[in-house]
Design a protein around this ligand. Structure first.
Ligand SMILES: [Zn+2]
Length: 478
């Protein structure tokens, strides 16, 4: 790789420092102000192009004839078409946010890919000994006629980023607070490529992320260093060679993480295209993508899940369809946008990874787990609570219990409040670690058939009332 100029690098640190001092300003505004990015323009040009270069489209035969992951060839193309080769360890992987403008999808029905950008990535790839580059815009078809090709391309993302020579991130503002770092797809790309992330600066200079981090730690301000604490997914991770190499560590080395951790990381990040949240979530945990929440959770049968991870307002599969055994399962990793149109001011609880809570087992019949449980009697006797609850709490809690019954249990014969149990014997329950004033409780309901429970939602218990008594019980959530 050719040496990069120190001046460019210091510019980056100065930009980042400016961002820190403006930390109270909304993130999107910082990104726009510092980066000069134009969100409305989806097709940026590389300097010195003034915006009149030819648009490139794919050579569809070349795309279809490549087996394995497809990357853009830097050697072969004609004046209007991009040709493809199999992605390999000589591929430069480029991660970017669409709103920064890097062109449309490769098919002729879209806007195409600017020649100047293609030339820029070819030249960077050539300078570090690569024969190809991968970027979502020219490499993932977008037209619905090509949805099989699109699926194939998404299935290969993990492999491409894990084996590519360098992952290049084009930076428009300070990396850590810019929108590249808060989008869902780029999170996945960074985690797969974190072995060797480079940043792209002015004049097409590139620099290893690790070098920037080292220098900031040695010479930068502590305020800026703190921001890097939120960026573990960008930092190369390798176990020391004499560490035990078990399958779990091998998965960590590959950048795969467990379903709860991935869910939390994505909980605050969004993907523009509906349904992509689950695709990204599955790719962070597994090599193969899942394309629906049901498909995703079915791949996890016989595996465990921290019960504490379920304590969130994330929508469930059962909210929109009936999939017996899986209605309790999160339908997406992030919270749905609040519908303020309906005056929806309900509190929303982000998920935490549930660490320290006891695990349940995902089975075909449902999630089997032990919970701290408080039974609420059948709704024909609204407001009456089980004789398991002490006389004191019976006297003082009916109003809150009544609200819970009204809101969640109208159509159910019986209800229960659940709290996650600790994984070991220290303490009796596990506290939610997100933003809540009171104790978070899960509401479940039992209908007339059998002994299976339905997920109904989350309730924040008003601490002015004493909590009722809870007892450990096995619960099958369906
Ligand atoms: Zn151009």
């Amino acid at each position: 790789m050719r040496p990069c100029s120190v001046i460019d690098y210091h510019d980056a640190v100065i930009q980042a420092a400016i961002c820190v001092s403006l930390a109270t300003v909304k993130l999107q505004r910082i990104a726009c102000a510092l980066g000069g990015m134009k969100i409305e323009d989806q097709s940026a040009h590389a300097p010195p192009c003034l915006g009149h270069c030819v648009r490139l489209f794919w050579d569809e035969n070349s795309f279809r004839n490549v087996t394995g992951g497809r990357a853009v060839s830097i050697e072969e193309r004609n004046s209007s078409q991009i040709r493809y080769v199999t992605a390999s360890d000589r591929t430069l992987a480029i991660s970017h946010v669409w709103s920064h403008g890097q062109g449309g999808r490769p098919e002729e029905v879209f806007t195409g890919f600017n020649t100047c950008l293609h030339n820029r990535y070819c030249s960077i790839a050539r300078s570090i000994g690569c024969n190809s580059y991968w970027m979502d815009t020219p490499c993932i078809p977008g037209h619905h006629d090509n949805k099989d090709l699109r699926k194939e391309a998404i299935d290969k993302i993990n492999e491409i980023f894990a084996t590519s020579k360098v992952t290049l991130e084009s930076i428009f503002a300070a990396l850590l607070v810019c929108d590249w770092n808060i989008r869902a797809w780029t999170l996945l790309e960074a985690m797969r490529g974190r072995r060797n992330i480079h940043l792209l600066f002015k004049d097409d200079k590139i620099l290893p992320f690790k070098q920037i981090l080292d220098t900031v730690l040695q010479e930068g301000s502590i305020d800026l260093a703190i921001l890097f604490c939120t960026a573990q997914h960008l930092i190369p991770f390798q176990l020391a060679p004499n560490n035990n190499v078990n399958p779990y560590n091998r998965r960590l080395n590959g950048g795969y993480i467990n379903v709860e951790e991935a869910g939390c990381l994505l909980n605050h990040r969004y993907a523009t295209r509906p349904g992509d949240g689950v695709v990204i979530w599955s790719l962070m945990c597994e090599e193969k993508a899942s394309y629906s929440p049901t498909e995703f959770w079915k791949t996890r049968i016989d595996r465990i899940l921290n019960t504490g991870f379920l304590m969130s307002s994330v929508p469930r599969i059962g909210d929109s369809e009936d999939i017996p055994g899986f209605n309790w399962a999160p339908a997406r990793p992030d919270l749905q946008a609040p519908s303020s149109a309906n005056g929806d001011t309900e509190a929303r609880y982000h998920s935490f990874d549930g660490e320290g809570s006891s695990a349940g087992v995902i089975t075909e019949r449902g999630l089997q787990a032990n919970w701290a449980t408080c039974i609420i009697k059948e709704h024909s006797k609204i407001g009456r609570i089980s004789n398991r609850i002490s006389a004191l709490s019976r006297r003082r809690t009916p109003t809150q219990i009544q609200k819970i019954v009204d809101k969640y249990l109208k159509d159910y014969r019986m209800g229960a409040l659940l709290r996650p149990m600790p994984e070991n014997l220290s303490g009796t329950t596990v506290q939610y670690r997100g933003d809540a004033n009171g104790t978070l409780l899960a509401m479940v309901g039992l209908n007339d058939r059998g002994q299976t429970w339905h997920w109904r939602g989350i309730w924040e218990w008003d601490e002015d009332d004493p909590l009722p008594d809870f007892r450990e019980a096995a619960v099958l959530l369906v």
